[in-house]
Ligand binder design. Structure first.
Ligand code: FAD
Length: 550
């Protein structure tokens, strides 16, 4: 494929479309010697900024700072296509790269482009998000920009009584950012991660629309593809009726109400309730067996299932359940952790307030099958949207204490079920003697619902060490990094078969080991869709090469 400098964006897009239809992949062309190297001359709907762009060298991890040369604030999808096309046309003459930056909640510079161009995807958020199928004449979905935050996808969908099925714990992340990883949370056991709930994508490298039927190789490559194969400019996300809205919409469809849109909006505002429960275990085997039993129970189980580990926590009862009420206050006040490591199972049930009694019976039945310490049942009731947006409350609090914009040396691991006991006994209480530095998540997910790099077993556990440094300054950070290193070494030494989630490696050998059997396919896709290695350089998987010396 040859690009010429007089190609307009439209012809680039048309060409892309054509390639999409014919399934042709990108070929590296000879650089166009007449091409204007000056990015600033490109006509754009939005703008390129060359100054005041230091923020684009930062992320949530606060550990890597790789300044770009420019930031694109796109005014349209074609702006992104123009920039990507321009950098392609420069060929190996330039070492420019392009990174889509979602909400920059990466941990190790994954959305940065050292010396390259960062695309501020949120500039396109809010553009023509459209919900379809609210009348159930087709399966519902929402079309959103890749730079949309999930909290806004939720709000938009709720206006129609609908909601996405699969979530992350925190919703102030972009659609493109989580779909480039997986998007795993306590609903993944039922619906799969977010990448399993996408019908169609619009991608900019040189191909536009893709789905399971059209350009499926690109579609499956991009989902969980770490930004390597194209920029997600739009995504079609599968929706379901938001809890309670099932009945509300039925009423609407049965014409029991007159003003449809007003009614639905009003009901969405009223929102359904979530019964949110936490119980404690001191026995790891009972904890994991109960979690596994619950995720295997099909439809007759909780709507969300997660868990976390509490090690030697002082002030236990005041911390882990601050906004929860004990079911039995007298018994709960007697409970003493005795310094034991405890495991907290967390679950929810969504319900329509009109059906509170039925919900309560179902919850009681499920609870009766669990083996938690009886005095430790704590519960809370919150509106559905408040539950989904729960981590934002912590964000606001941490920000006010100056504890949000700090280094986050988080470590997320996927551990095969058959080794989770060995992992737990090697790590909790041994390598990790305290959990006061941040939550340690631990919950099972089924492989059948997941298509990213995961351990080779039917069920695996997501274990997230969401640690913050215990003190300001390099010592606190170093201490957490050393601890992370010891956990990784333990996994290696015991051959746990662990895979990292939100992986971070610095050599291609490590990446090859991470992908295992999937490496060759991953590499082939890179060669097909981004042969010059210009996209998402911050992942450090492939590096753009200068021209061979002649
Ligand atoms: P960015 O950090 O901006 O980008 C991540 C990567 O994707 C980069 O390589 C970037 O170049 C690429 N990218 C971004 N946008 C696009 C696009 N439109 N097209 C192509 N590539 C793109 N993850 C979970 O799975 N479950 C959780 O429960 C969860 N909770 C979290 C809670 C917090 C507080 C934080 C900080 C992170 C959490 N994460 C969770 C991790 C999160 O999903 C990833 O870090 C995700 O990448 C962040 O999205 P972002 O929009 O900030 O992406």
């Amino acid at each position: 494929m040859h690009f010429h400098k007089h190609h307009t964006t439209i012809s680039f897009l048309k060409l892309s479309m054509l390639l999409a239809l014919t399934g042709v992949a990108m070929h590296v062309s000879d650089p166009d010697p007449d091409l204007d190297l000056d990015l600033a001359t490109l006509p754009l709907d939005g703008r390129l900024a060359f100054r005041g762009i230091s923020h684009a060298a930062c992320d949530f991890g606060h550990r890597f700072e790789l300044p770009p040369s420019a930031v694109l604030y796109p005014g349209s999808v074609s702006d992104i296509a123009k920039i990507v096309g321009h950098v392609y046309r420069l060929g190996r003459r330039s070492l420019l790269t392009v990174a889509a930056r979602g909400h920059a909640h990466s941990l190790q510079g994954q959305a940065q482009a050292p010396g390259g161009i960062v695309v501020h995807m949120e500039a396109l958020a809010g553009q023509e998000a459209s919900v379809h199928g609210a009348d159930f004449d087709e399966s519902p979905y929402v079309d959103v920009s890749g730079g949309e935050l999930w909290i806004d996808v939720l709000r938009k969908s709720l206006e129609h009584g609908l909601a996405p099925k699969s979530w992350t714990d925190y919703l102030h992340l972009t659609v493109g950012g989580t779909l480039s990883n997986a998007g795993i949370s306590g609903q993944a056991f039922r619906h799969g991660p977010q990448i399993s709930n996408v019908r169609q994508l619009e991608i900019v490298t040189e191909v536009l629309n893709c789905s399971a039927e059209e350009n499926s190789d690109l579609f499956y490559g991009v989902l969980g593809g770490l930004g390597q194969f194209g920029v997600i400019t739009r995504a079609r996300i599968v929706l379901e009726p938001a809890p309670k809205m099932v009945n509300a919409l039925k009423m609407v469809n049965d014409k029991h109400v007159f003003d449809r849109s007003g009614c639905v909006t009003l009901l969405a505002c009223l929102c359904s309730q979530v019964k949110w429960m936490r119980v404690l275990y001191s026995d790891f085997a009972s904890f994991t067996e109960d979690q596994e039993m619950l995720i295997a129970a099909g439809e007759r189980t909780f709507d969300y299932i997660e868990g976390f580990v509490i090690i030697n926590r002082t002030g236990l009862l005041n911390n882990w359940r601050s906004s929860f009420k004990p079911r039995d206050p007298a018994q709960a006040s007697q409970f003493d952790s005795d310094g034991r490591t405890l495991f907290c199972l967390e679950m929810t049930k969504n319900y329509d307030p009109d059906e509170a009694e039925t919900m309560q019976q179902e919850v009681e039945e499920l609870l009766s099958r669990l083996r938690y310490i009886p005095s430790t049942l704590f519960q809370s009731e919150v509106p559905y949207i408040e539950f989904l947006d729960r981590v934002h409350v912590s964000e606001v609090k941490l920000r006010s204490q100056g504890l949000w914009e700090i280094p986050h040396p988080w470590l997320n691991l996927l551990i095969p079920k058959s080794r989770i006991h060995e992992f737990a006994s090697g790590v909790f209480g041994k390598i990790l003697k305290d959990s006061s530095n941040g939550p340690i998540l631990l919950y099972p997910v089924n492989k059948s619902k997941t298509s990213v790099v995961i351990p080779d077993e039917e069920i695996f556990y997501l274990v997230g060490f969401l640690s913050a440094p215990s003190s300001a300054g390099p010592d606190g950070l170093e201490q957490v990094l050393r601890q992370n290193e010891r956990i990784l070494q333990f996994c290696d030494g015991a051959r746990i078969g662990m895979k990292q989630y939100l992986p971070h490696y610095s050599t291609q050998e490590e990446w090859r080991a991470h992908f295992g059997d999937r490496w060759e396919k991953f590499k082939q896709r890179k060669e097909a869709y981004d042969p010059l290695n210009i996209l998402a350089p911050g992942q450090r998987i492939f590096q753009k090469q200068p021209p061979p010396a002649s």
